[in-house]
Design a protein around this ligand. Structure first.
Ligand code: SIN
Length: 331
């Protein structure tokens, strides 16, 4: 009997589902126009693989938010439970794909792979890259050696932990830094370049169910340090939050070098901490780990980029909420 594998494709929008105007002006294209079932019609389907599809969202990924993430995670959990599904592919915009991939990787507890894919050119562009990326993602989602969360683009497989968008205008827009790509896909064949990374978290992870069920995710904002950063940038937030009765639960510093803030910004962030706001520090630098220091005022986000560190802090805060609600249930 021929082997037969089933993959579910979850559509969320992005340039892969985008359309350029009839004039062919590429820069005037609109993301998130074509439904995922129609996208699949343009894909040379790998042999022996059956695909199902579901539209989970239809957005430009610059608009990604907690509500869409909760919906997406809910569908991922649902399809991972279905015994005959080998893997999950998610079509997504390139702009925040690394954030969604990181979030899914943190809460993933199933061995069924999640493969995100995307495109740099809209679906009706003459050289559209989406169909090939989608075909590659489907092959990789069925591969027995794949048990993680990854992004497939331009024939490269990037681990969710490592990927970062580094080009605005190249089909191979992503990089995995010093670790390099997890693998490549050439003519429908997967070639792995290394083993999957072993990650030890220095933050807590709530259950995926709690993440889906909780509508009021902690509010975590990102602040950069740069030449001329002012304490006012943080103090204005604090004043606004107080006068509008909103909570800021966490701040991630996108710091210079080893995750540093200038003296004024550091004082303002210390003040925020005294108000009960968690402050973590990450680095603007593209590569490298932030070293811990003896007199660290803020928790170091280790090797996570500011954008991934923000998600890590949200998860850590959600974990605390989940623990508190479990403790209340025991009383
Ligand atoms: C988006 O991220 O949704 C738009 C840009 C892209 O997919 O390349």
């Amino acid at each position: 009997m021929k082997s037969h594998k089933k993959v579910i494709i979850l559509g969320t929008g992005g340039t892969i589902a985008g359309l350029e105007p009839p004039s062919g002006e590429l820069l005037e294209y609109k993301a998130a126009q074509v439904d995922v079932a129609s996208l699949l019609q343009g894909v040379a389907m790998p042999h022996g693989i059956e695909v199902l599809s579901e539209q989970v969202a239809q957005i430009d990924s610059k608009n990604m938010n907690a509500e869409v993430w909760r919906g997406l995670i809910g569908r991922v959990l649902r399809w991972q439970k279905q015994a005959d599904i080998a893997g999950i592919v998610i079509t997504h915009g390139t702009d925040t794909i690394e954030e969604t991939a990181f979030l899914l990787a943190c809460i993933q507890s199933s061995s069924k792979p999640i493969v995100l894919t995307c495109a740099m050119l809209p679906a009706n562009a003459p050289q559209a890259d989406g169909p090939q990326n989608l075909a590659d993602a489907i092959v990789w989602a069925c591969d027995a050696s794949n048990q993680g969360v990854s992004v497939v683009c331009a024939g490269q497989i990037h681990e969710a932990w490592r990927i970062q968008k580094i080009y605005t205008d190249r089909l191979d827009a992503f990089d995995s830094g010093a670790h390099g790509v997890w693998g490549v896909i050439q003519n429908g064949q997967v070639v792995l370049k290394r083993n999957i990374s072993k990650i030890s978290f220095e933050f807590q992870i709530p259950s995926a169910q709690f993440v889906v069920q909780t509508s009021n995710w902690p509010r975590v904002w990102l602040i950069p340090n740069h030449s001329g950063s002012e304490d006012l940038q943080v103090l204005a937030w604090l004043e606004y939050a107080q006068s509008h009765a909103i909570n800021i639960d966490g701040i991630v510093l996108a710091g210079t070098g080893n995750g540093t803030a200038n003296d004024a910004l550091e004082r303002a962030l210390n003040h925020a901490q005294t108000l009960g706001i968690k402050v973590w520090r990450s680095s603007r630098c593209y590569q490298g780990v932030q070293r811990k220091q003896k007199a660290d005022a803020f928790t170091s986000a280790g090797y996570w980029s500011p954008y991934k560190a923000r998600i890590a802090l949200i998860l850590d805060l959600l974990y605390q909420l989940e623990s508190a609600s479990k403790a209340r249930a025991l009383i």
